[in-house]
Design a protein around this ligand. Sequence first.
Ligand SMILES: CC(C)(COP(=O)(O)OP(=O)(O)OC[C@H]1O[C@@H](n2cnc3c(N)ncnc32)[C@H](O)[C@@H]1OP(=O)(O)O)[C@@H](O)C(=O)NCCC(=O)NCCS
Length: 384
Amino acid sequence: MTAAVVEEKYHPGLEGVIAGETSVSTVEQSSLAYRGYPIDQLAEHATFEETAYLLLHDTLPTRAELLRFRAEIDQHRTLTPAVLDVIRAMPRETPGMDVLRTAVSMAAHWDKHSGPDLAPGADASLWRAQGTVILAIVPTIIAARLRFLAGQQPIPPRPGLSHAAQFFHMAFGRQPQTLHERILDLTLTLYAEHEFNASTFAVRVCASTTSDIWSAVVAGIGTLKGPLHGGANEEVVRHIFEPLRNGEQARKWTEDALARKQLIMGFGHRVYKHGDHRAKILEPYVEKLAAERNDPGRLEVYRTVRDIVLQKKGLYPNTDYPCGLVYFLMGLPVDIYTPLFVASRVTGWCAHFIEQRLHNRIIRPRSRYIGPAIRSVVPLDQRA
Ligand SMILES: CC(C)(COP(=O)(O)OP(=O)(O)OC[C@H]1O[C@@H](n2cnc3c(N)ncnc32)[C@H](O)[C@@H]1OP(=O)(O)O)[C@@H](O)C(=O)NCCC(=O)NCCS
């Protein structure tokens, strides 16, 4: 009997591999669209909550549907005291993404939908309800952590605020300026979904085993944390915008970094080779904020690093480069930038979870073996 021959197709990092079908978004060199709507139009004409509804429910909401959705989110914002106790108990130096991963995982135990979600016949409406709970609690977790670190008590959510304004309210006890609310809302819209990126793929792999949505989101958080993925929006600030104050410092730092072949955080992309659509949408807000904060030096740093990396390496900024700077200029603590990315991307993850479960085939690729040839096990007392 001859063994079946498997045709070997090997693409390191799965580059260029079509690993599944999706109707959630399209990512192309020339366009990015969520469920067919171009990202620049969503950025201009829709709020983050409308975008979240689009991803979870497949269509843009009517005014009545949006009101109901916002009320549903508000209904779930409060964390159970046990989860707050765990957030309070975590060591000060625990990274924000680790706090979020643990708190989301723990909150799952109080989800009244858990259990039925794995039963035969579970359907999209149940997973949408769970996705809405997850969407509701992430800003509450991030804000509670900030409050505990400052030695303060969490601030209860105030129903009726936008997702962006609600975060400012719970974290800092104040309403944001209109420009800051607009920018946070915009970054949430831009970060919400991006096809088969690493964290979404991790979510889909988890979903494909018919595991539950909370486990899949926790897998997504762990994957997004890495600096080659979502963690880059914190790294650009730690490496570039915190230490560098003017164009001259930026020029020297960039040339040295490139000479050392150092990775410049916030640049390059697996798919986009001629620029990231989202970074272009955000760039005017870097300029507005730098003017508002009277910080022309940081704007010079932004432009200098961008221009030198493009000229010398042919690499364009990805979303994390302008996003890191706008969060920094708004005075947000660096450790929450990737958690804020999660606050947005949970919508895309949940949309992909639902899609995977509705059209499921377990994701189980093969590997190319490069280890030793078959050999005999020497019993322990005969091993040298
Ligand atoms: C995003 C990223 C992981 C994509 O990786 P990738 O698809 O494997 O990258 P590419 O194949 O396009 O890289 C091509 C070349 O550019 C280099 N390169 C890519 N991004 C670079 C960066 N940010 N700084 C310096 N060099 C970079 C690579 O090292 C490679 O060089 P080589 O040909 O000498 O080996 C990569 O660009 C990166 O690490 N960027 C920094 C982290 C970041 O901003 N992540 C957020 C992504 S949205």
